[in-house]
Design a protein around this ligand. Structure first.
Ligand code: GLU
Length: 595
């Protein structure tokens, strides 16, 4: 993932590009660069590290122009370095790219034979040289781009400028997100609405394979064969000023602490919170006869999906399979026609998840996108959509997007239970009530922040940390481990508590912190047995439970954290908060780059 921004027709191009890149930094931040066009000449500045470094470089060595493209990179090919940073250039062309060119090696060898000299190790550079090659054959910039992209396999969103042509920019999209922003005498391109919303509310999302020519006044879209196509302009719902830190030290901290409010808002779409009754959306009727569900997701969304599986099977009695999208897309999926495919993604642009969705659509399966961005590709290409209403999530580590995904999956479970009559009305109302109580319970947990800070001081020097849990709290253990490694760079693994004795216990030596997620449910006694095994190896146990659960544990060596008691359906939502805060504080204490 990385961020792309482009501006055409503005006299402050370079500062607009930097501001746009700052908003996109959550998508990648190992290096960054911009290129502008002034009097027909391309000028470029690139630097290693975060946008701040690029900003400093531009202060020392400013560049001007009315047209420009910018990129914040998250390297896939070639180490993060100044020479590998985008934009890449060749002859009259400068390119920014988000995605992966799968046949880059073959193209590179062919281009090298034609005497093109490569300065970087990136896959992206082949695009710059290829377009340059066709320009030299006297094709127009549009024709040269179309011809070059026909040779390219893989995924891309591109912004391209050409020396000698001042009021002109080309962009293209296949497999990576890209939108055009329509302003007054000024147009833009951007990876998402977060980048573009402060510049313009009018966005045109490109379809797969689209290529667009943009001037300051207008834009024209073509399909991959060069045929002119019409694409509509939508007004983004994202408010201009929603993306501020608001007194917190990091976006991650802000997003953790906004969860009671955000979850409260999200619940209003699914449950009448006053009458505590379900608000069944119209799409739900279309999927009520479904007997089997497949969920495809990646990363944190995969963990939310695993919890959804427990709920859908337990409460709605529907067989549910969950798979990591990058595996799912390459295996044989059976009985798609009679199943519902659920596609869970915060951004709605996750390439592997999108690929599985497209496969389901081709096979005429029913599809449901559960996404946070209503304007995303997954939202647009799914038959049915459930928005999670988390608002923009800027911190790299997903927090509120995860818990609101759980709210959506919880509500979906209750809709399905209602249709399948697997639970009576009273029982369903009881579970809706429990969900409605989640924001209040989370507020109580957030007030215990100093306790999680103390845990962080105890684990910050650890080399390895284990997380264990059972049932719906096993995915919370996975999520806790992912959060910790993602932002504090400490090696961490999540395990089902019962699995620890089948191998991983060999890693437990004296002092290894093990975080146990153990609300007092029907599985707690089994988890406590696993804790005993770990103690005998010298593990440092941090036992997160409630009053009832902690009463069961009688060992002074164990650090206990007492959360409010809750209905089991909301326990994975509540127990996510401690693991988020422990990861956050550990990262801050270690001085790593949290956001
Ligand atoms: N594959 C390109 C590179 O490694 C783009 C990566 C990205 O999307 O940030 O430079």
């Amino acid at each position: 993932m990385c961020g792309i921004i482009g501006v055409i027709g503005h006299n402050k191009v370079s500062s607009l590009l930097i501001e746009g890149l700052k908003r996109l930094e959550y998508r990648g931040y190992d290096s960054a660069g911009i290129a502008t066009l002034l009097n027909g000449k391309i000028d470029r500045r690139r630097s290693l590290g975060k946008i701040e470094n690029l900003k400093r470089l531009l202060k020392k060595s400013p560049i001007k122009g009315n047209v420009g493209i910018g990129h914040t990179r998250w390297a896939t090919h070639g180490i993060p370095s100044k020479t590998n940073a985008h934009p890449h250039s060749s002859g009259d062309v400068a390119v920014v790219h988000n995605g992966i060119i799968e046949n880059y090696d073959e193209l590179r060898k062919k281009l090298e034979k034609k005497k093109f000299i490569f300065e970087s190790d990136t896959d992206t550079e082949v695009i710059a040289h290829l377009i340059s090659y066709y320009l030299k054959k006297n094709l127009s910039p549009l024709k040269a781009t179309i011809t070059a992209l026909k040779k390219v396999e893989g995924a891309f969103a591109l912004g391209i400028i050409f020396s000698g042509i001042n009021n002109y920019l080309i962009c293209a999209k296949r497999g990576s997100p890209l939108a055009i922003g329509k302003g007054k005498n000024c147009n833009y391109i951007g990876s998402d609405s977060i980048a573009l919303a402060p510049l313009t509310q009018k966005l045109c999302y490109l379809n797969e394979g689209d290529i667009a020519e943009i001037t300051s006044k207008d834009f024209r879209v073509y399909n991959q064969n060069g045929k002119r196509v019409k694409r509509s302009i939508t007004t983004t719902s994202l408010a201009k000023n929603k993306i501020k830190m608001g007194g917190y030290n990091h976006f991650m901290e802000k997003e953790i602490f906004e969860q009671p409010a955000v979850i409260g808002d999200a619940l209003k779409y699914f449950i009448d919170t006053k009458k505590k009754k379900l608000l069944i959306p119209s799409f739900a009727k279309k999927i009520k006869k479904i007997k089997e569900i497949y969920i495809a997701a990646c990363g944190t969304s995969y963990h939310a999906s695993l919890i959804g599986k427990y709920w859908l099977e337990k409460y709605a009695n529907i067989k549910t399979e969950v798979d990591i999208a990058s595996e799912f897309r390459y295996r044989n999926i059976i009985n798609i026609k009679n199943s519902l495919g659920i596609f869970l993604s915060q951004s709605g642009e996750t390439a592997d998840t999108l690929a599985v969705l497209r496969y389901f659509n081709q096979q005429k399966g029913k599809t449901l996108g559960i996404i946070n961005s209503a304007e995303s590709s997954i939202a647009r290409e799914s038959n049915n959509v459930m928005e999670t209403h988390a608002g923009p999530e800027i911190g790299v580590a997903s927090t509120k997007a995860f818990t609101t995904q759980l709210v959506a999956l919880g509500a979906l479970t209750l809709f399905m239970a209602n249709f399948n009559k697997t639970m009576g009305r009273n029982e369903i109302n009881k579970l809706s009530n429990a969900l409605v109580e989640a924001p209040g319970q989370i507020s109580k947990i957030l007030k215990m922040d100093n306790i999680f800070h103390k845990i962080a001081t105890n684990i910050k020097n650890a080399k390895n940390v284990l997380y264990i849990g059972r049932g719906t709290n096993y995915p919370v253990a996975l999520e806790g481990a992912l959060k910790l490694k993602e932002i504090s760079y400490i090696h961490a693994e999540g395990y089902p508590a019962g699995e620890i004795k089948h191998g991983p216990i060999a890693l437990v030596e004296k002092g290894v912190p093990v975080i146990v997620i153990a609300p007092s449910d029907q599985l707690i006694d089994k988890t406590i047995s696993n804790v005993e095994e770990l103690l005998s190896r010298g593990a440092k146990i941090i036992f997160i439970s409630d009053k009832k659960g902690i009463k069961k544990i009688n060992n002074k060596k164990i650090t206990t954290i007492c959360l409010p008691e809750s209905h089991e359906i909301i326990s994975p939502i509540l127990y996510s908060i401690p693991v988020q805060l422990i990861a956050y504080h550990t990262a801050v204490l270690k001085g790593t780059d949290v956001d």
